[in-house]
Design a binder for this molecule. Sequence first.
Ligand code: FAD
Ligand code: NAP
Length: 330
Amino acid sequence: MIQTGFDLTRLNTLRLSARAEAFATFDTVSGLVNLLEAAQLRGWPVRVLGGGSNVLLAGDIAGLVVQSAMQSVQLLEQTEAFSRVAVDAGLNWHDWVCRSIAYGHGLENLALIPGTVGAAPVQNIGAYGAEVADVLEAVEGVQISTRQCRTLSAADCALAYRDSVFRHELAGDFIITRVLFRLPRAFAPDLSYGPLAQLREITPKALIEAVCQIRRSKLPDPQQIPNAGSFFKNPVVHAEQAATLQQRWPSLPCYTQADGQVKLAAGWLIEQAGWKGRWLGHARMHDQQALVLTTDGKARFADVERLRDAVIAAVQEQFAVLLEPEPQCF
Ligand code: FAD
Ligand code: NAP
Protein backbone atom coordinates (compact mmCIF):
# COMPACT_ATOMS: atom_id res chain seq x y z
CA MET A 1 0.00 0.00 0.00
CA ILE A 2 1.33 3.43 -0.92
CA GLN A 3 1.00 6.00 1.88
CA THR A 4 1.25 9.68 1.04
CA GLY A 5 2.75 12.50 3.13
CA PHE A 6 4.69 9.91 5.12
CA ASP A 7 6.74 11.14 8.11
CA LEU A 8 10.35 9.89 7.93
CA THR A 9 11.53 11.39 11.25
CA ARG A 10 11.52 8.03 13.06
CA LEU A 11 13.11 6.33 10.05
CA ASN A 12 16.47 8.14 10.19
CA THR A 13 18.85 7.84 13.12
CA LEU A 14 19.77 11.56 13.06
CA ARG A 15 16.02 12.17 13.66
CA LEU A 16 15.92 14.92 11.06
CA SER A 17 12.34 15.72 10.25
CA ALA A 18 11.15 15.20 6.68
CA ARG A 19 8.15 13.84 4.83
CA ALA A 20 8.11 11.59 1.80
CA GLU A 21 5.53 12.46 -0.84
CA ALA A 22 4.82 8.72 -0.93
CA PHE A 23 6.11 5.67 0.94
CA ALA A 24 5.67 1.92 0.55
CA THR A 25 7.26 -1.30 1.72
CA PHE A 26 7.59 -4.36 -0.52
CA ASP A 27 7.64 -8.01 0.45
CA THR A 28 8.31 -9.58 -2.95
CA VAL A 29 10.48 -8.58 -5.90
CA SER A 30 7.41 -8.51 -8.17
CA GLY A 31 5.74 -6.23 -5.60
CA LEU A 32 8.72 -3.91 -5.92
CA VAL A 33 8.46 -3.92 -9.74
CA ASN A 34 4.74 -3.05 -9.42
CA LEU A 35 5.66 -0.11 -7.18
CA LEU A 36 8.20 1.10 -9.73
CA GLU A 37 5.55 0.93 -12.45
CA ALA A 38 3.08 2.86 -10.29
CA ALA A 39 5.75 5.49 -9.60
CA GLN A 40 6.51 5.85 -13.28
CA LEU A 41 2.83 6.40 -14.09
CA ARG A 42 2.72 9.22 -11.53
CA GLY A 43 6.08 10.68 -12.56
CA TRP A 44 7.56 10.02 -9.13
CA PRO A 45 11.29 9.60 -8.67
CA VAL A 46 12.04 6.53 -6.49
CA ARG A 47 14.49 6.20 -3.60
CA VAL A 48 15.23 3.27 -1.33
CA LEU A 49 15.63 3.56 2.42
CA GLY A 50 17.00 0.88 4.76
CA GLY A 51 17.35 1.58 8.47
CA GLY A 52 18.13 5.28 7.86
CA SER A 53 21.43 5.08 9.76
CA ASN A 54 23.57 6.57 7.03
CA VAL A 55 21.38 9.19 5.37
CA LEU A 56 20.99 12.92 5.65
CA LEU A 57 17.44 14.11 5.14
CA ALA A 58 17.81 17.62 3.75
CA GLY A 59 14.06 18.26 3.59
CA ASP A 60 10.86 16.76 2.25
CA ILE A 61 11.34 14.06 -0.37
CA ALA A 62 9.55 14.34 -3.69
CA GLY A 63 8.38 11.02 -5.09
CA LEU A 64 8.21 7.51 -3.69
CA VAL A 65 10.43 6.10 -0.93
CA VAL A 66 10.47 2.29 -0.81
CA GLN A 67 11.74 -0.01 1.91
CA SER A 68 12.28 -3.76 1.81
CA ALA A 69 10.23 -5.84 4.24
CA MET A 70 11.87 -9.05 2.95
CA GLN A 71 13.88 -10.80 5.66
CA SER A 72 14.57 -14.40 4.70
CA VAL A 73 17.88 -16.26 4.82
CA GLN A 74 18.44 -19.07 2.32
CA LEU A 75 21.33 -21.54 2.30
CA LEU A 76 22.23 -22.03 -1.38
CA GLU A 77 25.15 -24.43 -1.09
CA GLN A 78 27.38 -25.88 1.58
CA THR A 79 30.73 -27.60 1.10
CA GLU A 80 33.41 -28.49 3.62
CA ALA A 81 35.11 -25.20 2.89
CA PHE A 82 32.31 -22.66 2.64
CA SER A 83 28.60 -21.86 2.76
CA ARG A 84 26.84 -19.75 0.16
CA VAL A 85 23.92 -17.91 1.72
CA ALA A 86 21.40 -15.49 0.18
CA VAL A 87 20.00 -12.92 2.58
CA ASP A 88 17.12 -10.54 1.91
CA ALA A 89 17.84 -6.81 1.95
CA GLY A 90 15.29 -6.01 4.65
CA LEU A 91 16.89 -8.11 7.37
CA ASN A 92 18.57 -6.17 10.18
CA TRP A 93 22.35 -6.35 9.67
CA HIS A 94 23.24 -7.27 13.25
CA ASP A 95 20.56 -9.99 13.33
CA TRP A 96 22.17 -11.46 10.20
CA VAL A 97 25.67 -11.29 11.74
CA CYS A 98 24.40 -13.23 14.79
CA ARG A 99 22.73 -15.84 12.56
CA SER A 100 25.67 -16.05 10.11
CA ILE A 101 27.89 -18.04 12.47
CA ALA A 102 25.61 -21.06 12.01
CA TYR A 103 26.73 -21.07 8.34
CA GLY A 104 30.30 -19.76 8.37
CA HIS A 105 32.52 -16.90 9.39
CA GLY A 106 33.91 -13.51 8.48
CA LEU A 107 31.14 -11.22 9.70
CA GLU A 108 31.84 -11.31 13.45
CA ASN A 109 33.88 -8.05 13.45
CA LEU A 110 30.95 -6.30 11.77
CA ALA A 111 28.55 -6.93 14.66
CA LEU A 112 26.25 -4.15 15.88
CA ILE A 113 26.59 -1.98 12.79
CA PRO A 114 23.11 -0.43 12.50
CA GLY A 115 20.99 -0.78 9.38
CA THR A 116 19.96 -3.45 6.94
CA VAL A 117 21.61 -6.17 4.87
CA GLY A 118 20.58 -4.36 1.66
CA ALA A 119 22.54 -1.22 2.53
CA ALA A 120 25.72 -3.08 3.55
CA PRO A 121 27.25 -3.21 0.05
CA VAL A 122 26.38 0.46 -0.64
CA GLN A 123 29.30 1.79 1.35
CA ASN A 124 30.99 -1.60 1.80
CA ILE A 125 30.50 -1.40 5.56
CA GLY A 126 33.59 -2.03 7.60
CA ALA A 127 34.84 -2.17 11.17
CA TYR A 128 37.78 -3.57 13.12
CA GLY A 129 39.74 -4.51 10.01
CA ALA A 130 36.89 -6.37 8.27
CA GLU A 131 34.56 -5.24 5.51
CA VAL A 132 31.60 -6.76 3.74
CA ALA A 133 33.71 -7.08 0.56
CA ASP A 134 35.65 -9.88 2.28
CA VAL A 135 32.70 -12.29 1.99
CA LEU A 136 30.33 -10.78 -0.58
CA GLU A 137 29.78 -12.94 -3.65
CA ALA A 138 27.03 -11.08 -5.49
CA VAL A 139 24.11 -8.71 -5.16
CA GLU A 140 20.63 -9.11 -6.64
CA GLY A 141 18.31 -6.22 -7.26
CA VAL A 142 16.16 -4.19 -9.60
CA GLN A 143 17.45 -1.31 -11.70
CA ILE A 144 15.02 1.57 -11.28
CA SER A 145 15.43 3.10 -14.75
CA THR A 146 14.81 -0.19 -16.61
CA ARG A 147 12.80 -2.09 -13.95
CA GLN A 148 14.98 -5.11 -14.86
CA CYS A 149 16.16 -7.63 -12.27
CA ARG A 150 19.94 -7.90 -12.31
CA THR A 151 22.63 -9.87 -10.52
CA LEU A 152 25.89 -8.03 -9.96
CA SER A 153 29.05 -9.95 -9.15
CA ALA A 154 31.38 -8.71 -6.42
CA ALA A 155 33.59 -7.25 -9.18
CA ASP A 156 30.58 -5.41 -10.69
CA CYS A 157 29.91 -3.87 -7.26
CA ALA A 158 33.37 -2.19 -7.31
CA LEU A 159 33.62 -2.39 -3.54
CA ALA A 160 36.31 -0.12 -2.10
CA TYR A 161 36.98 1.72 1.15
CA ARG A 162 33.46 2.85 2.23
CA ASP A 163 32.53 2.95 -1.43
CA SER A 164 30.92 0.97 -4.25
CA VAL A 165 29.26 1.26 -7.64
CA PHE A 166 26.02 2.08 -5.75
CA ARG A 167 27.53 5.44 -4.79
CA HIS A 168 28.66 6.16 -8.38
CA GLU A 169 27.38 4.75 -11.70
CA LEU A 170 24.34 3.09 -10.07
CA ALA A 171 23.69 5.79 -7.46
CA GLY A 172 19.94 6.25 -7.10
CA ASP A 173 19.26 3.66 -9.82
CA PHE A 174 19.52 0.27 -8.13
CA ILE A 175 17.48 -1.36 -5.39
CA ILE A 176 19.30 -4.25 -3.76
CA THR A 177 16.83 -7.01 -2.90
CA ARG A 178 19.21 -9.79 -1.82
CA VAL A 179 22.88 -10.15 -0.94
CA LEU A 180 24.78 -13.39 -1.57
CA PHE A 181 27.53 -14.23 0.91
CA ARG A 182 30.27 -16.83 0.62
CA LEU A 183 31.30 -17.61 4.19
CA PRO A 184 34.37 -19.76 4.95
CA ARG A 185 33.40 -22.51 7.39
CA ALA A 186 36.74 -22.39 9.21
CA PHE A 187 36.85 -19.74 11.92
CA ALA A 188 40.03 -17.70 11.44
CA PRO A 189 39.25 -14.43 13.18
CA ASP A 190 41.13 -11.23 12.38
CA LEU A 191 42.03 -9.88 15.82
CA SER A 192 44.71 -7.52 14.56
CA TYR A 193 42.72 -4.36 15.11
CA GLY A 194 43.73 -2.58 18.34
CA PRO A 195 40.95 -3.31 20.84
CA LEU A 196 40.54 -6.93 19.64
CA ALA A 197 44.23 -7.76 20.00
CA GLN A 198 43.97 -8.88 23.63
CA LEU A 199 41.35 -11.56 22.85
CA ARG A 200 42.61 -15.16 22.86
CA GLU A 201 41.05 -18.55 21.97
CA ILE A 202 37.78 -16.92 21.26
CA THR A 203 34.59 -18.49 19.90
CA PRO A 204 32.63 -16.77 17.10
CA LYS A 205 29.80 -15.93 19.53
CA ALA A 206 32.22 -14.50 22.09
CA LEU A 207 33.90 -12.40 19.38
CA ILE A 208 30.52 -10.94 18.41
CA GLU A 209 29.86 -10.16 22.07
CA ALA A 210 33.31 -8.57 22.50
CA VAL A 211 32.78 -6.35 19.45
CA CYS A 212 29.35 -5.33 20.80
CA GLN A 213 30.87 -4.48 24.17
CA ILE A 214 33.66 -2.35 22.67
CA ARG A 215 31.21 -0.52 20.45
CA ARG A 216 28.71 0.11 23.27
CA SER A 217 31.48 1.54 25.47
CA LYS A 218 32.49 4.10 22.87
CA LEU A 219 29.79 4.84 20.32
CA PRO A 220 26.54 6.65 21.09
CA ASP A 221 23.41 4.50 20.76
CA PRO A 222 21.24 6.23 18.12
CA GLN A 223 18.14 5.31 20.19
CA GLN A 224 19.47 7.57 22.97
CA ILE A 225 21.55 10.15 21.08
CA PRO A 226 20.65 10.74 17.43
CA ASN A 227 23.65 10.15 15.13
CA ALA A 228 24.64 8.55 11.85
CA GLY A 229 27.91 6.92 12.94
CA SER A 230 31.14 8.30 11.53
CA PHE A 231 30.20 11.55 9.89
CA PHE A 232 33.40 11.79 7.82
CA LYS A 233 35.48 9.20 6.00
CA ASN A 234 39.05 8.77 7.18
CA PRO A 235 41.03 10.76 4.61
CA VAL A 236 43.55 8.87 2.50
CA VAL A 237 46.54 11.02 1.49
CA HIS A 238 49.86 10.65 -0.34
CA ALA A 239 52.67 9.17 1.74
CA GLU A 240 54.69 12.43 1.46
CA GLN A 241 51.81 14.51 2.84
CA ALA A 242 51.35 12.03 5.71
CA ALA A 243 55.09 12.17 6.49
CA THR A 244 55.05 15.98 6.55
CA LEU A 245 52.02 15.99 8.85
CA GLN A 246 53.52 13.37 11.14
CA GLN A 247 56.73 15.36 11.43
CA ARG A 248 54.75 18.29 12.78
CA TRP A 249 52.23 16.18 14.79
CA PRO A 250 54.10 12.99 15.82
CA SER A 251 51.03 11.44 17.48
CA LEU A 252 48.90 11.63 14.30
CA PRO A 253 47.56 8.07 13.71
CA CYS A 254 48.60 6.96 10.19
CA TYR A 255 47.78 3.62 8.52
CA THR A 256 49.63 2.74 5.32
CA GLN A 257 47.34 1.17 2.70
CA ALA A 258 48.14 -1.59 0.22
CA ASP A 259 48.64 1.03 -2.53
CA GLY A 260 51.18 3.01 -0.47
CA GLN A 261 48.78 5.83 0.36
CA VAL A 262 48.18 6.62 4.01
CA LYS A 263 44.87 6.66 5.89
CA LEU A 264 44.64 9.30 8.62
CA ALA A 265 42.25 9.04 11.59
CA ALA A 266 39.66 11.76 10.94
CA GLY A 267 38.52 11.63 14.59
CA TRP A 268 42.01 12.65 15.72
CA LEU A 269 42.13 15.56 13.24
CA ILE A 270 38.73 16.79 14.45
CA GLU A 271 39.75 16.52 18.10
CA GLN A 272 42.99 18.44 17.48
CA ALA A 273 41.02 21.10 15.61
CA GLY A 274 39.05 21.65 18.80
CA TRP A 275 35.70 20.15 17.84
CA LYS A 276 35.53 17.06 20.08
CA GLY A 277 32.49 17.42 22.37
CA ARG A 278 31.69 20.91 21.03
CA TRP A 279 28.15 22.02 20.20
CA LEU A 280 27.10 24.28 17.34
CA GLY A 281 23.37 24.99 17.59
CA HIS A 282 21.59 21.67 18.10
CA ALA A 283 24.48 19.53 16.80
CA ARG A 284 27.68 18.38 18.43
CA MET A 285 30.72 16.26 17.66
CA HIS A 286 30.57 13.39 20.18
CA ASP A 287 32.69 13.75 23.32
CA GLN A 288 34.06 10.16 23.15
CA GLN A 289 34.47 9.76 19.39
CA ALA A 290 34.91 13.12 17.64
CA LEU A 291 34.11 11.55 14.27
CA VAL A 292 30.47 11.04 15.21
CA LEU A 293 28.12 13.98 14.71
CA THR A 294 25.24 13.87 17.17
CA THR A 295 22.15 15.98 17.69
CA ASP A 296 19.89 16.85 20.60
CA GLY A 297 16.88 15.52 18.69
CA LYS A 298 15.69 19.03 17.77
CA ALA A 299 18.26 19.67 15.06
CA ARG A 300 17.29 20.59 11.55
CA PHE A 301 19.36 19.85 8.48
CA ALA A 302 20.76 23.41 8.61
CA ASP A 303 22.28 22.67 12.07
CA VAL A 304 24.00 19.58 10.70
CA GLU A 305 25.22 21.49 7.64
CA ARG A 306 26.61 24.30 9.78
CA LEU A 307 28.58 21.94 12.03
CA ARG A 308 29.73 19.85 9.05
CA ASP A 309 31.08 22.95 7.30
CA ALA A 310 32.71 24.32 10.46
CA VAL A 311 34.54 21.04 11.09
CA ILE A 312 35.65 20.71 7.47
CA ALA A 313 36.97 24.30 7.52
CA ALA A 314 38.81 23.86 10.85
CA VAL A 315 40.55 20.64 9.74
CA GLN A 316 41.39 22.13 6.35
CA GLU A 317 42.89 25.22 7.95
CA GLN A 318 45.00 23.35 10.49
CA PHE A 319 46.11 20.31 8.48
CA ALA A 320 45.35 21.15 4.80
CA VAL A 321 43.34 17.91 4.68
CA LEU A 322 39.86 17.86 3.16
CA LEU A 323 37.29 15.78 5.06
CA GLU A 324 34.57 14.13 3.01
CA PRO A 325 31.21 13.37 4.67
CA GLU A 326 30.25 9.70 4.80
CA PRO A 327 26.42 9.84 4.97
CA GLN A 328 24.90 11.07 1.74
CA CYS A 329 21.97 13.41 1.27
CA PHE A 330 18.90 11.33 0.59
P1 FAD B 1 20.24 3.77 5.02
O1 FAD B 1 20.81 4.79 5.93
O2 FAD B 1 18.78 3.60 5.02
O3 FAD B 1 20.74 4.08 3.54
C1 FAD B 1 22.08 4.39 3.27
C2 FAD B 1 22.26 4.48 1.75
O4 FAD B 1 22.07 3.19 1.19
C3 FAD B 1 21.21 5.37 1.09
O5 FAD B 1 21.82 5.98 -0.02
C4 FAD B 1 20.14 4.41 0.61
O6 FAD B 1 19.40 4.87 -0.51
C5 FAD B 1 20.99 3.20 0.25
N1 FAD B 1 20.27 1.95 0.42
C6 FAD B 1 19.65 1.50 1.55
N2 FAD B 1 19.07 0.31 1.31
C7 FAD B 1 19.33 0.01 0.01
C8 FAD B 1 18.99 -1.07 -0.85
N3 FAD B 1 18.24 -2.09 -0.44
N4 FAD B 1 19.41 -1.03 -2.14
C9 FAD B 1 20.16 0.00 -2.60
N5 FAD B 1 20.50 1.04 -1.84
C10 FAD B 1 20.10 1.06 -0.56
N6 FAD B 1 29.10 1.99 8.90
C11 FAD B 1 30.22 1.23 8.74
O7 FAD B 1 30.63 1.01 7.59
N7 FAD B 1 30.91 0.72 9.79
C12 FAD B 1 30.52 0.92 11.07
O8 FAD B 1 31.15 0.45 11.99
C13 FAD B 1 29.36 1.74 11.29
N8 FAD B 1 28.95 2.03 12.54
C14 FAD B 1 27.89 2.83 12.73
C15 FAD B 1 27.51 3.13 14.04
C16 FAD B 1 26.41 3.93 14.29
C17 FAD B 1 26.04 4.25 15.71
C18 FAD B 1 25.64 4.43 13.21
C19 FAD B 1 24.41 5.25 13.45
C20 FAD B 1 26.01 4.15 11.90
C21 FAD B 1 27.15 3.35 11.65
N9 FAD B 1 27.57 3.04 10.35
C22 FAD B 1 28.67 2.25 10.15
C23 FAD B 1 26.84 3.56 9.19
C24 FAD B 1 25.60 2.70 8.80
O9 FAD B 1 25.21 1.87 9.87
C25 FAD B 1 25.88 1.82 7.58
O10 FAD B 1 26.25 2.60 6.47
C26 FAD B 1 24.67 0.96 7.19
O11 FAD B 1 25.01 0.05 6.18
C27 FAD B 1 23.47 1.80 6.73
O12 FAD B 1 22.37 0.91 6.63
P2 FAD B 1 20.88 1.44 6.55
O13 FAD B 1 20.02 0.27 6.26
O14 FAD B 1 20.55 2.22 7.76
O15 FAD B 1 20.98 2.38 5.28
P1 NAP C 1 39.17 3.61 16.61
O1 NAP C 1 39.45 2.24 17.09
O2 NAP C 1 39.16 4.73 17.59
O3 NAP C 1 40.19 3.97 15.46
C1 NAP C 1 40.19 5.26 14.86
C2 NAP C 1 40.41 5.11 13.38
O4 NAP C 1 41.71 4.59 13.15
C3 NAP C 1 39.43 4.18 12.81
O5 NAP C 1 38.53 4.95 12.08
C4 NAP C 1 40.22 3.18 11.97
O6 NAP C 1 39.96 3.27 10.60
C5 NAP C 1 41.67 3.56 12.20
N1 NAP C 1 42.37 2.36 12.73
C6 NAP C 1 42.51 2.01 14.02
N2 NAP C 1 43.26 0.90 14.12
C7 NAP C 1 43.58 0.54 12.87
C8 NAP C 1 44.32 -0.52 12.31
N3 NAP C 1 44.91 -1.45 13.07
N4 NAP C 1 44.46 -0.58 10.97
C9 NAP C 1 43.88 0.34 10.19
N5 NAP C 1 43.14 1.37 10.66
C10 NAP C 1 42.99 1.47 11.97
O7 NAP C 1 37.77 3.61 15.84
P2 NAP C 1 36.29 3.60 16.41
O8 NAP C 1 35.66 4.89 16.14
O9 NAP C 1 36.25 3.05 17.79
O10 NAP C 1 35.60 2.56 15.44
C11 NAP C 1 35.94 1.21 15.50
C12 NAP C 1 35.66 0.58 14.15
O11 NAP C 1 34.27 0.70 13.84
C13 NAP C 1 36.41 1.24 13.01
O12 NAP C 1 36.82 0.26 12.09
C14 NAP C 1 35.40 2.14 12.38
O13 NAP C 1 35.56 2.28 10.97
C15 NAP C 1 34.09 1.42 12.65
N6 NAP C 1 33.01 2.40 12.79
C16 NAP C 1 32.52 2.95 11.66
C17 NAP C 1 31.48 3.86 11.73
C18 NAP C 1 30.87 4.43 10.48
O14 NAP C 1 29.81 5.02 10.57
N7 NAP C 1 31.47 4.25 9.34
C19 NAP C 1 30.96 4.24 12.96
C20 NAP C 1 31.52 3.67 14.08
C21 NAP C 1 32.56 2.75 14.01
P3 NAP C 1 38.76 2.47 9.88
O15 NAP C 1 37.57 3.31 10.14
O16 NAP C 1 39.18 2.49 8.44
O17 NAP C 1 38.67 1.10 10.46
